[in-house]
Design a protein around this ligand. Structure first.
Ligand SMILES: [Zn+2]
Length: 293
């Protein structure tokens, strides 16, 4: 015993004796007195395990996970993406820059509704003079199957569109006369709240039904009511549009591509079972690309 009994009664501030008071005489750093190894020290509160000898194995019900997402989630339109085949050769991957079949080299070939839950939304943004680059991301948990029972598989570049809700966006656009009097913004417009241009330093506000209508998500200018276009300079008035559109999210990464557990089926057999999957998404900011008309 390193402490020795002479120190009895010289306590630490809390009042505990430094040594010699514990029944076995052992202690941290006391060294060598515990009886040649084997038993570990007990404490007055030590008692036998309350756990049963056999651990019950309740089976997870994968379907109830999916139901939870369906009952509490938000509806997404899931658009499946594939690289566009409109390329010169497979050796150089040179995609036709004037391709009208796809969106910037990505072809969306199928669309289906699915219910999922958003979480871990980070709020990073890059503020630029002409707008905001959404560099933040979020995680979406999605079931293994579509509501019709078909397996739901997600992959990079797929898109998730919240079709039931719209968010407020804005865009600066130059007026260009077109064949059908329509101009397309980055996202299909569901409603325009405010639109104006500055003509000779005077603010001109455009009203729906008076100056324009919304047709198929585009602005359709009413004949004679459109902003001014200078043919000689090939330049139209710039207008700003505050509008509402469904937010679009791009799938960046699969966090848990195959998430599997065991499930006891009705026949009493353990079967592998897929559980909901998680994907990392980024808010899209280039949906219709930038185009002049
Ligand atoms: Zn293409």
């Amino acid at each position: 015993m390193s402490g020795g009994n002479n120190n009895n009664g010289v306590g630490v501030p809390g009042g505990l004796p430094l040594s010699g008071a514990t029944p076995t005489g052992s202690g941290f750093g006391g060294g060598g007195n515990a009886g040649g190894g084997g038993a570990y020290p007990t404490s007055p509160t030590s008692f036998g395990s309350p756990l049963p000898l056999f651990i019950p194995d309740p089976s997870i019900k994968g379907i109830s996970f999916d139901q939870l997402l369906q009952n509490r989630g938000v509806k997404f339109a899931h658009k499946k993406a594939t690289p566009c085949p409109n390329i010169e050769t497979v050796f150089d991957n040179s995609h036709n820059p004037n391709c009208t079949l796809c969106d910037d080299g990505i072809l969306f070939y199928a669309q289906k509704d699915i219910w999922g839950v958003f979480h871990s939304n980070s709020l990073e943004k890059n503020f630029e003079y002409q707008g905001i680059w959404e560099i933040g991301n979020a995680v979406v948990t999605l079931p293994t199957e579509y509501p019709d029972g078909a397996p739901a598989e997600f992959n990079t570049y797929d898109q998730l569109v919240i079709t039931d809700f719209q968010v407020r966006m804005w865009e600066l656009k130059e007026y260009r006369p077109t064949a059908n009097n329509q101009q397309q913004l980055r996202y299909p417009v569901s409603n325009i709240e405010y639109m104006s241009s500055a003509v000779n330093n005077v603010l001109v506000v455009y009203e729906k039904g008076v100056h324009f209508n919304i047709v198929n998500g585009n602005i359709e200018w009413i004949a004679g009511q459109a902003p001014h276009f200078n043919v000689a300079e090939n330049k139209g008035d710039v207008y700003v549009c505050q509008y509402y559109a469904s937010p679009v999210y791009n799938i960046v990464q699969h966090l848990r591509e195959l998430r599997i557990t065991q499930e006891l089926n009705l026949q009493g057999q353990k079967m592998p079972k897929r559980l909901p999957q998680q994907v990392l998404v980024k808010r899209d900011f280039l949906r219709n690309g930038s185009r002049k008309e």
